[in-house]
Design a protein. Structure first.
Length: 119
């Protein structure tokens, strides 16, 4: 692939769209430049809302589908996830955000926070 810019912070080659969207920075430097906001975005309530419509297929023993409704299983998983140690949960969310697109994650977080702060 053809890179047409360099990150203004570290000098790594980047694409023009990344340069434009990230204020002249590569994704890693963009996250570093917005570290406080990025760390704030690594919370479970936002992550749940961000991905609630993206479903994954899990293989579970069929007995659970007879014992629990879908919503009950989801509620149990949700409550269990919220009990994870904060640093471990942030580690998982950081990995997910970076695998997806940390800049887009942060933009979506800003929208989510604005909507939830107004409630």
């Amino acid at each position: 692939m053809f890179y047409d810019y360099e990150c203004e912070e570290c000098g790594e080659p980047i694409y023009s769209i990344e340069y434009r969207d990230n204020e002249g920075l590569c994704n890693e430097c963009y996250v570093k430049a917005h570290e406080r906001e990025y760390q704030e975005s690594l919370n479970f309530d936002f992550a749940y809302e961000h991905y609630k419509d993206e479903l994954d297929v899990l293989e579970i023993p069929v007995v659970f589908t007879y014992v629990f409704k879908n919503s009950e299983m989801l509620e149990t998983l949700y409550e269990s996830a919220k009990k994870l140690a904060e640093d471990k949960l942030k580690e998982y969310l950081d990995e997910m955000a970076r695998a997806d697109n940390a800049r887009e994650w942060m933009k979506d977080y800003e929208k989510w926070r604005a909507e939830n702060d107004s409630k």
